[in-house]
Design a protein around this ligand. Structure first.
Ligand SMILES: Nc1ccn([C@@H]2O[C@H](COP(=O)(O)O)[C@@H](O)[C@H]2O)c(=O)n1
Ligand SMILES: C[C@@]1(CO)OP(=O)(O)OP(=O)(O)OC[C@H]1O
Length: 161
């Protein structure tokens, strides 16, 4: 069994949709980024790549590459899942946290879990997503941006690592 962790932050920007966990969430602003800025999926992909010692999303999908401008982070997650499968890994479980003062994420979490499970071809029971505020403290508390953390556990089914 191997584990990896991921952490990402994106700043709020007016005039963009807020996409988290592959879901469009109604809010007054979205997040700034080269891609769709789905901070939760970015942390999850970094956790998966980290667990497999395959680097990080910046290595696989450089933010200097026009190919990833406006990229759908869910498509990039599908790519990461296939990469791990090709290396002989299967996902055991993923636990992700959104750190945001607003908006309230709880109503959207079941749909995020469903879409992440589908992208990785695993069951919903292997994924947990949660959210927390920082009680008004720090950049998240000032509603300047959203942070996300994730941890992933994977198994190499071709060896006993
Ligand atoms: N953006 C958020 C933040 C929190 N939640 C939910 O509210 C609960 C309480 O949050 P605290 O930061 O006060 O501990 C938390 O456990 C989440 O269920 C949310 O939905 N969206
Ligand atoms: C997702 C990628 C894709 O170019 O771009 P961004 O949306 O800017 O996100 P970030 O977490 O800053 O960098 C990772 C990049 O791989």
């Amino acid at each position: 069994m191997r584990v990896g962790m991921g952490y990402d932050v994106h700043k709020f920007q007016q005039g963009r949709p807020l996409i988290l966990g592959g879901i469009a969430i109604p809010y007054e602003k979205g997040l700034m980024g080269h891609s769709d800025a789905d901070v939760l999926l970015h942390a999850i992909k970094d956790a998966l790549l980290g667990a497999a010692a395959l680097g990080d999303i910046g290595k696989h999908f450089p933010d200097t590459d026009p190919a990833y401008k406006g990229a759908d982070s869910m498509e990039l997650l599908v790519h990461v899942g296939k990469l791990l499968n090709r290396e002989g890994y299967q996902v055991n479980n993923i636990d992700g946290t959104l750190i945001a003062e607003k908006p309230k994420m709880a109503p959207y979490i079941p749909e995020m879990v469903r879409s992440i499970a589908k992208a990785l071809a695993i069951s919903e029971g292997q994924i947990n997503i949660k959210a927390t505020t920082t009680e008004g403290l720090g950049f998240e508390g000032r509603k300047e941006g959203i942070a996300s953390m994730a941890i992933a556990s994977i198994e190499n089914i071709q060896s006993s690592s």
